[in-house]
Design a protein around this ligand. Structure first.
Ligand code: ANZ
Length: 621
């Protein structure tokens, strides 16, 4: 017994023993109770940070405890190795993303090994390895075959100077991070996965099949899927397009969750891309300029929700289906073309966005719901909003006195009787666009033929291997110019010379099923096999709260697709989920010329103090 704990000696001797005994390697053993405990796989950014250490320590403790209790415990590890940071590092340092990534993996693995974690390293997976991403491609082809994957145009951020597509995080204040040029929205073709086909099941299982998940994560999943029950109905009109035909057959449809407030409509608003907006803009330069302005700037829903509400008159009006009155149509930047019908009935007294809009443009505001015990006031708005369940219709003619649900039913019935509307369920969830115009990702296994269009790569030719020697310079996807990538490629249908698809897959694809690959990591013939049958579902998943929505939703979807293809038996991948908090570090940043940000570690900077000793800035050492 030593008096002093000498960690180097103790750790070294314990770890030498573990390595010699291969202590953490596990095999499928049906005589033992299995337990699968897994951490979200790290991005190989360079060095481990304290968030990683905390995450893996929880995993390690659980693994050791359950081993001692006699369980057969699997704790694997791998690398989420594709993605944009490797391309950015390549641009900065001139090294190929592959080299940067593999160097980082080697370094971080050493750090993990120094921690003495109880990891079964024989199952290590790196998502940038062809033996892994081959199966992304294989499943993608299966999805195409089943109609779960399909091709359509998508709106992207386009940098007109670099002639390249930008990721959302590369757009800063509406400008390209590298060029500073105003970013445009462009439509280009891409592949989508029909996650919306699974919306109902993804939602139902949140309440039925995830008892081991934190309530707040479940709520976030539900909100993201966003089932909305309401009424879809039409305002009629006689507006004709250039061809003389009525636009939309003379009906402007809207979706509303508050049909009970239909008598409070004081205007309508359509999305900038709506056919009525486009029609009106043809003879209205001011409106056309506004629509153009809406095209630059963010594309995400969060950006649209928080930006200042702005609009422009179209000069058109439509007819209220119940009162017969004329209602003015505006174009509003807060109306999304991709939700509902791309048009809303404006009820400023009871909808916060409409309220902000009406105040700004001095449009009438008409109260049509009364909440008992509350005084309606244009000042104490937040207080008032959100009480719809108790709302009683007022100033609404025959609907007066009806409570929310009854009022919705009565209005829906009247609209239905006129053949102008019906109850409808709308989902917030959109299909998952997986095409990325980037180099460092899984190549989408498609060949473009002049005659036959987009043709799937035959299964026997998988994987389509990503060249390792590209060094992106920011001016578009280097795969366009990589001769080796396209050399000798022929159309699988006619055998004539053709070109490979250069888009790669969203890296969320990689992380949607890696935890199943850990179960059969070396299987060359199958994506997953006996290992997954034994270990899945995972008993405990551990990771950061920042993945509470997208990663978990995509992983749940992917699992259900694999189940429907007969590859696994489970409905849900993760029985228990632990989301650890974020470990925060002090970081320093500097604005780049183009408006982007460069980050620096605390040990690389010196604080600048004022005469009282207060920190007023920092400079690079
Ligand atoms: C009138 C109204 C009155 C509304 C009221 C709400 C409150 P969720 O619950 O998220 O489904 N909406 C419909 N389509 C839209 C679009 N394309 N872009 C932006 N907003 C849109 O939201 C449904 C509500 O969002 C709908 O109900 C509509 O505003 C708006 F006191 O209609 B509501």
């Amino acid at each position: 017994m030593q008096d002093k704990y000498n960690h180097l000696d103790v750790e070294r001797s314990a770890q030498t023993h573990w390595t010699a005994a291969d202590a953490y390697r596990v095999t499928e053993d049906s005589s033992k109770k299995k337990y699968y405990a897994c951490s979200m796989l790290p991005y190989p950014s360079g060095k481990l940070h304290m968030g990683h250490v905390r995450n893996y320590t929880i995993n390690d403790m659980l693994t050791r405890y359950l081993r001692m209790k006699g369980y057969n415990v699997l704790m694997p590890m791998g690398w989420d190795a594709f993605g944009l940071p490797a391309e950015n590092a390549a641009m900065k340092n001139g090294v190929p993303p592959a080299q940067w990534t593999y160097d980082n993996i080697a370094y971080m693995k050493k750090q993990m090994q120094a921690m003495g974690l109880a990891i079964d390293w024989s199952r290590e997976v790196a998502t940038c390895d062809p033996s892994y991403y081959k199966w992304n491609q294989w499943l993608f082809l299966k999805m195409l075959d089943k109609g779960i994957a399909y091709r359509k145009t998508q709106v992207v951020n386009w940098d007109p100077v670099d002639q390249t597509v930008l990721a959302n995080e590369q757009v800063i204040d509406g400008k390209g991070w590298r060029t500073g040029a105003v970013v445009e929205k462009r439509e280009i073709p891409g592949y989508y996965l029909k996650i919306t086909d699974y919306a109902e099941e993804l939602l139902d299982s949140v309440s039925n099949k995830l008892p081991g998940w934190p309530e707040r994560v479940k709520l976030m999943q539900e909100n993201w899927i966003g089932k909305s029950e309401g009424v879809r109905f039409a305002f009629t009109h006689d507006i004709q397009g250039a061809d003389g035909a009525l636009i939309g057959d003379g009906k402007m449809y809207v979706f509303t969750t508050r049909a009970d407030t239909i008598m409070g409509v004081t205007f309508c608003a359509v999305a900038p891309e709506h056919p009525l907006a486009i029609h009106a803009a043809a003879s209205n330069p001011k409106l056309a300029a506004f629509i153009e302005e809406c095209k630059s700037g963010g594309t995400t829903e969060a950006e649209l929700a928080t930006q200042e509400k702005k609009g422009e008159r179209t000069g058109l009006s439509v007819t209220h289906p119940l009162t017969g009155e004329k209602v003015e149509v505006w174009v509003g930047n807060y109306v999304l073309m991709s939700y509902g019908d791309g048009a809303v009935m404006g009820v400023p007294a009871h909808d916060e966005r409409d309220f902000e809009f009406a105040k700004k443009y001095k449009l009438p505001i008409q109260q049509v719901t009364d909440v008992p015990g509350k005084t309606y006031s244009l000042e104490a708005w937040a207080d008032w909003y959100g009480d719809k369940q108790q709302g009683v219709a007022i100033n609404s003619g025959k609907y007066n006195g009806l409570v929310f649900k009854a009022a919705v039913d009565a209005v829906a019935a009247d609209l239905a009787a006129k053949g102008l509307g019906e109850k409808k369920t709308t989902w917030r969830l959109r299909d998952w666009g997986v095409s990325r115009q980037r180099y460092w990702g899984t190549p989408i296994p498609i060949i473009h033929c002049e005659e036959h269009g987009a043709v799937p790569v035959p299964e026997k030719d998988l994987p389509v291997v990503l060249p390792q020697d590209c060094v992106p310079d920011g001016s578009g996807n280097p795969l366009h110019k990589h001769e080796g990538f396209h050399a000798g490629v022929v159309c699988p249908v006619c055998g004539k010379p053709a070109r490979r698809e250069t888009d790669t897959m969203d890296t969320f694809v990689d992380s949607s099923w890696y935890y199943m690959r850990y179960c059969d990591p070396k299987n060359e013939d199958k994506m997953v096999a006996e290992g997954a049958a034994y270990w899945m579902p995972m008993d405990q998943y551990i990771g950061g709260i920042e993945h509470a929505i997208l990663h978990l939703l995509y992983a749940r979807f992917w699992t259900k697709v694999m189940r429907d293809l007969g590859l696994v038996k489970v409905d849900e991948p993760f029985t228990h989920l632990l989301t650890q908090g974020m470990v925060l570090n002090h970081l320093y940043s500097r604005r780049t010329e183009k408006g982007g940000k460069d980050y620096f570690w605390p040990h690389d900077v010196e604080n600048v103090l004022d005469e009282t000793g207060k920190v007023v800035g920092a400079k690079l050492k």
